[in-house]
Design a binder for this molecule. Structure first.
Ligand code: AHG
Ligand code: MN
Ligand code: MN
Length: 338
């Protein structure tokens, strides 16, 4: 990577001037996320060296063990955003309730709320496999200057202003969209600068990867079982390749670059699947659509679902448009929605 490549900082400044009436608030917000991402990256990279592995002893609201790095990443992102007084509210997968932020002595008249999964794929930390951070940004709907309410967070994904993720992988990348293209930046750890390495990311027209935890096959709906069999059939360009990391961020990232579908369906045990609509599915669906892909719950566009609770879960089918549509066909054939 050469020095003259555009840096994320330069990219944000250039973009800022494209938004005629923008106050620079969104740019500053993305900047804060970029900074927090670097701090978490540093800690993730040390994970094998220091005594930071293992569970922190607490369970999150969804009854899952929290890994220490989940707690750490949660704190870094919250503190960075709070200290910079850059948002009026935050909701996190690791927090029971949303956080309302009042600025110092002054009234907080920031317009944006951030929703995030501070550390995605946390079960992979102990085994040196890629993890990530997912974020989603909305304009508040309640009047500015007043404390945020639940209403500000329960907006459908189609209202997102920006969304993105950081993948702490073989290299660390931030991939985000403010609504137009999806752009990816790779961190040069030697100098702590992200460079534009993946401009205007798009799913390839055809995909041949399917990503699903097949261990749960027996509990899957008929449509998903049939779709998996279809992926494995010897016909046309099939069988497809199966790839499942167990970190949504990494599975999505690979599928967007190589072409594929990610599925976390409902199961007989978890009728709403596992992934969270607000922290995981909406931001990924926003990126997928901006990159020419598609995201649905098997029947309905993810971005059109009106959330009813912060930690809501939803079945998730996301990736190449053609592949998602095929999976939806199998779902529709085998199951009629009431
Ligand atoms: P998190 O670490 O934030 O709880 O998310 C884990 C999610 C997602 O990243 C991953 O694709 C999925 O859970 C894996 O679930 P299974 O282990 O059930 O396949
Ligand atoms: Mn997650
Ligand atoms: Mn998480």
């Amino acid at each position: 990577m050469t020095q003259h490549n555009k840096t994320l900082g330069e990219f944000i400044i250039n973009k800022q001037s494209e938004f005629k009436y923008s106050s620079g608030e969104l740019s500053r917000l993305i900047n804060s996320i970029r900074l927090a991402g670097k701090i978490v990256n540093h800690e993730v990279n040390k994970a094998g060296l220091v005594d930071i592995l293992g569970t922190a002893g607490a369970e999150n609201i969804q009854g899952e063990d929290q890994q220490k790095l989940d707690v750490y990443a949660n704190e870094v992102f919250i503190n960075t955003l709070v200290n910079r007084e850059i948002v009026c509210g935050i909701a996190s997968e690791e927090e029971d309730d949303f956080i309302s932020i009042k600025g110092g002595n002054s009234k907080n008249d920031n317009k944006y709320v951030v929703l995030m999964d501070p550390l995605d794929g946390s079960s992979n930390i102990d085994v040196n496999v890629s993890v990530g951070t997912i974020f989603s940004i909305y304009r508040r709907v309640t009047p500015s200057g007043t404390p945020v309410t639940l209403e500000d967070f329960l907006q459908p994904g189609n209202q997102q202003v920006a969304a993105g993720y950081i993948v702490y992988g073989t290299s660390t990348m931030i991939v985000y969209s403010t609504g137009h293209g999806v752009n990816g930046f790779t961190l040069n750890p030697a100098i702590g600068t992200y460079y534009l390495s993946h401009p205007n990311m798009k799913f390839p027209e055809k995909g041949n990867i399917y990503s699903v935890n097949e261990g749960n096959y027996i509990h899957f709906p008929k449509g998903v079982k049939k779709y998996i069999k279809y992926c494995q059939e010897e016909k046309d360009n099939r069988p497809y390749t199966s790839r499942y990391i167990g970190s949504l961020v990494s599975d999505f990232h690979r599928n967007m670059i190589k072409g594929g579908i990610y599925i976390y369906p409902s199961t007989s045990k978890n009728p709403n699947g596992k992934l969270r609509l607000l922290y995981e599915c909406n931001p990924m669906a926003f990126l997928a659509e901006r990159a020419g892909g598609k995201a649905s719950d098997g029947f309905t566009r993810i971005l059109d679902i009106k959330p009813t609770e912060l930690h809501q879960r939803v079945p998730f089918f996301c990736g190449n448009t053609e592949m998602v549509e095929k999976a939806e066909k199998f779902m529709n054939k085998t199951y009629k929605k009431e």
